[in-house]
Design a binder for this molecule. Structure first.
Ligand SMILES: [Cu+2]
Length: 199
């Protein structure tokens, strides 16, 4: 049971990793510099929770995360966290909301080296800015393994049944005597009843 939970968690992590996107700021036609239109670049992307920003830059720049007022005024004096430097900075977008990055080098933010990143919850990206992906092709159906040819099992012929029956005697209707009519005999009544002579 515990093993199943652990492997499920590992699978969920793998799915999350596979779904997370890395965005190199300004790429592919620009970068984290003063000559890239970073506002246009950011508006062409959809950032989701779990995605990562990758800042690649020459070492005369840095990555300074600031509040929106400081972003608007290009003030790097109150960074939300120590400025990142060194030429390669990875920022994990761990929650929904807006984050503001400027370059802390003097004059660079005013020169346009600033970017606002709007991060959406992974489960509900805005439908208007979500690029519609073509439907995935139907999964190829693996061919079924061919079955070995089917051999009909040849059964031996059944022995013929020989039950010679003795010939039946010719069928005769049982002799029936015609119904005998009871012979009614007219009994002759005496034609003349002779009464004894009247006394
Ligand atoms: Cu800079």
């Amino acid at each position: 049971m515990l093993q199943a939970v652990v492997s499920l968690a590992a699978m969920a992590m793998m799915i999350n990793l596979s779904m997370a996107a890395n965005y190199t700021v300004g790429a592919p036609n620009g970068g984290w510099d003063q000559s890239t239109d970073l506002t246009t670049w950011a508006s062409s992307q959809t950032f989701l929770v779990g995605d990562n920003l990758i800042f690649q830059y020459t070492t005369n720049h840095d990555v300074t995360e600031v509040s929106k007022p400081d972003f608007d005024s290009c003030s790097a004096s109150n960074p939300l966290q120590p400025p990142h430097s060194g030429g390669l900075t990875l920022i994990s977008l761990t929650s929904a909301g807006s984050r503001y990055f400027i370059c802390g080098s003097a004059g660079h933010c005013l020169g346009g080296m600033k970017v606002q990143i709007d991060i959406f919850a992974a489960s509900s990206p805005p439908p208007s800015t979500t690029p519609s992906l073509p439907p995935p092709p139907p999964p190829a159906t693996p061919p079924l393994p061919s079955l070995p040819p089917f051999h009909h099992h040849h059964l031996p012929p059944l022995p013929r049944l020989h039950h010679p029956l003795p010939p039946l005697p010719p069928f005769r209707l049982p002799h029936q005597e015609p119904p005998r009519r009871a012979h009614l005999r007219h009994q002759r009544l005496p034609s003349a009843i002779q009464f004894p002579p009247h006394l």
